[in-house]
Ligand binder design. Structure first.
Ligand SMILES: O=C1O[C@H](COP(=O)(O)O)[C@@H](O)[C@H](O)[C@H]1O
Length: 232
């Protein structure tokens, strides 16, 4: 329904502040409900954030972490978001967190999506924290412009869970949570860095065509406020 911009002097300050804000959300969730859930993005942007967050002092054994989206590749593939999270987040104090991957060792992405949907059904109704990224093409999660299942994935009436996505700009076939699974998070963050991404954001905010820039679905019709964390 709304978006709010939080600007920081540099990527270090952004990571430090966002990690503190996320840790507080997770701690509050544990105090209120006994456990916490978080879905995080991959890509190049979140590494520093993950490192900072992993050192925060909270009861990580009560936190379940999953991915907003994933490539249909095993966890030892350098392009795997699971590998990124294992390397930069599931360490230090956060090594005690529970991790639920989206990739499954099965024959097709379609089968993997069905299994991941089942395995994540008990977490994230809604998620306590969702951290989205955004590509230069205006994709978020694996909601890619031209994606074969884009219309279904960003439909406000789509079921909660994981579905597959193929798109020219996506490389490997993808697994992605649907829009309704992510958009009602208690703390819904869009984490972007650099002037180029700021320009992409401004272009997205200036238009309405969600198929041209799927991030617009989040910015314009997520039930939760999109908290945009940006640094040059
Ligand atoms: O493909 C992906 O890219 C986006 C953005 O990545 P970045 O490298 O520009 O930070 C990411 O949000 C998404 O999870 C990932 O699968």
């Amino acid at each position: 329904m709304a978006a709010r911009l939080h600007s920081f002097a540099d990527a270090e300050a952004l990571a430090r502040n966002l990690a503190t804000d996320i840790a507080k959300q997770l701690s509050d969730a544990i105090s209120a409900r006994g456990s916490a859930s978080m879905a995080v993005s991959g890509g190049s942007t979140p590494k520093r954030l993950f490192e900072d967050l992993s050192a925060h002092d909270l009861d990580w054994s009560l936190v379940t972490i999953t991915l907003v989206d994933e490539r249909f590749v095993p966890a030892d593939n350098p392009r795997s978001n699971h590998l990124l999270v294992a390397t930069h987040l599931l360490k230090n104090r956060a090594a005690a967190a529970n991790f639920q991957p989206l990739y499954q060792d099965v024959a097709s992405a379609l089968q993997a999506a069905a299994i991941a949907t089942e395995k994540t059904a008990d977490i994230g109704n809604p998620f306590d924290v969702v951290i989205l990224g955004m590509g230069a093409d205006g994709h978020t999660a694996s909601f890619f412009p031209g994606g074969n299942h884009l219309a279904r994935a960003i439909d406000a009436d789509a079921p909660r869970g994981v579905m597959t996505m193929e798109a020219e700009g996506a490389g490997e076939e993808r697994l992605t949570f649907t829009f309704p699974s992510l958009a009602d998070a208690r703390f819904l963050v869009l984490h972007i860095e650099g002037d180029a991404k700021k320009q992409v954001l401004e272009k997205a905010e200036a238009g309405t065509d969600v198929f041209e820039m799927p991030i617009r679905a989040m910015l314009n019709r997520a039930p939760s406020t999109v908290e945009i964390y940006w640094a040059p």
